[in-house]
Design a protein around this ligand. Sequence first.
Ligand SMILES: Nc1ncnc2c1ncn2[C@@H]1O[C@H](COP(=O)(O)OP(=O)(O)OP(=O)(O)O)[C@@H](O)[C@H]1O
Ligand SMILES: [Zn+2]
Length: 677
Amino acid sequence: MIQHCIVQVVLDTPLDFYFDYRYPVEAENFPVPKIGMLVVVPFGRREEAGLIVDVKEESEIDENKLKDVVSVISEIPPLRTDWIDLCRFAAGYYQRPLGEVALPSIPKNIRANKKLALKRAVKALVQVPGNIVATNMEKPVLLKAQEQAVSAIVKTRGFKPFVLYGVTGSGKTEIYLQAIEEKLKQSDAMQVLIMVPEINLTPQLEVSVRSRFPGVTIATLHSRLTESERLKNWLQIHTGVARIVLGTRLAILASMPQLGLIVVDEEHDPSYKQQEGLRYSARDLAVWRANQLGIPVVLGSATPSLESWQHVLSGRYVKLELPERAVKDAVLPAIRLIDATREPLQNGFSPSLINAIKRRLEKSEQSLLFLNRRGYAPVITCEACGWISVCERCTAYMVYHKSHHLLRCHHCGLERPIPRVCPDCGNIDLQTLGRGTQRIEEGLAGYFPDARILRIDADSTRKKGSLEAALEMVHKGEIDIVIGTQMISKGHDFQNMTLVGVLNPDTALFSHDYRAGERLFSQLMQVAGRAGRGGVSEHGNRSEVLIQTRYPMHPLYQAALTHDYGNYVSDLLMERQNAGLPPFGFQVLLFAEARKVENALDFLRQAIDAIPEPEAVIINEPIPMAMMRIANVERAQLLIESTSRGRLQGMLKEWIPVLRNMKTGIRWHIEVDPMSI
Ligand SMILES: Nc1ncnc2c1ncn2[C@@H]1O[C@H](COP(=O)(O)OP(=O)(O)OP(=O)(O)O)[C@@H](O)[C@H]1O
Ligand SMILES: [Zn+2]
């Protein structure tokens, strides 16, 4: 007779349980069961991959009711318990079932137990032996501040979070590279993780890492990998073959058995927060993971998040500061505010900006124009009756895309032909209002018919490889003027860019979201940071940034003038403290979706009634979301706050199970530490 033991398994289902299965002991193809092994089990009518989280002799459930494990995915070495603990922490903190955290972070091909593909992939793994760090490669001599930073990082034993606060162009990348090199030399097995906000936006970093460590297996992880690439890279990482992992936020959930250093580049970037499913902050998980493993973590930015800054002030994190640019004579650009109330804009441009571009063109230097709005015009309208091109499915305007001859909703993707006449009154004279990158491009060509102008935004770079090609042209000097959205504003190391124009940043000043100012400031610093990186131009004049605004006296712009992040941040922190907002208070948002917003609001009101100990937290009124309807779904939100993270977490632990049991038919989800309100 076959002997059985019981394995407890988590599955990728919204049911927050662990499931018991019978596991045949000493049967063929059934190795000794271990925590961290992947198995295939029957679940409902299907078979599913599951992760063993416990092995025991008996189940609380009647053995006859238990089903048997179908097979073991034994090609894959078991996942380690520290990785399971990471998933467990993320699941607990961000309020998702463990199975929905752990399983999706394992490649599909493994979960589907594609034996042949797995065998092949495992066989293809090649351990690179011996001395792997290229030492003969030319490296710049570190500046004093860089050297101190590298040394602080590499001599750290145990957990230590560093905030690498370095102005744009101060050589943070070089610090990462040299710290990584030292770390890899410290042990033959050690792995390091470098996270970036969006890998496709910074192909340069991948190139630098690869050329600096030609003998090292480097694996990338991001959402645009094909399934077979993902399998290959994940396996390289999981088996320790890859010593350097370069990835976006999801890389923090990879299984890295020998992790010894984590770098989070542009740590302030909102894209470290996942906006669906498990709504985690990869930056925060990185710090947790470093603490768990007792290793250093480096959070790099020219404009660190208020959260990290506050930790520096309180002494929890260590600040490493790079106050100057690394390249000789590459000083930060001069920032000038152009008062758009005194210098009226034409076609979106002030005369000062046009003149500045002209001067750069005459010197064969490049200019960058930044406008965070793609499309031709944000809206078209009828002057006779006031009709406006709104999306029929969203509370949003349809954006006019001239080159494609259509109206497009940037929220639900709906496309409509451009009406020849006003749909309401029949007037034939429809007007475009406002400006997007396409219209700016058109206007600019009018001023500079001979200039080589390139627009880089989500519309111009849809095709795979087109962004890389566009960036390449800019680097090679084949472009005179770049017009771009935030895609172009960060990370790029342009050598001949000496002018940055910021076209229309004011809308962020009036946002309902209290983080909008912080975000605008860091965006301004980032985009300004693209100018003047190559050192003094041949003509010896300083690079400059022109910001067109109707509110030049606004404190945010005044602080930007002097690149004084530290000062600006202390003011912001004071405001936040007085208002009890993060990083001094903690927040959770409950979102609800329904056909009618009233139903969503009703659900939120019921949810409030279910809060255990409501007096222990601050409960705000449920409100419709700022963008209330998207794709015909109406949305409302409820904000809950507390001065204590622990208290908020304690409340959620009791509250969420109650919500799960409320049979309302309303879709809802929870977001802990939301990045936007
Ligand atoms: N010690 C050094 N000596 C000379 N040049 C250096 C040194 N360190 C870095 N550089 C150069 O300085 C430039 C800017 O460096 P890097 O791109 O790393 O800056 P960064 O701090 O990451 O900037 P950003 O925040 O804008 O991304 C690069 O061209 C790099 O090669
Ligand atoms: Zn829409």
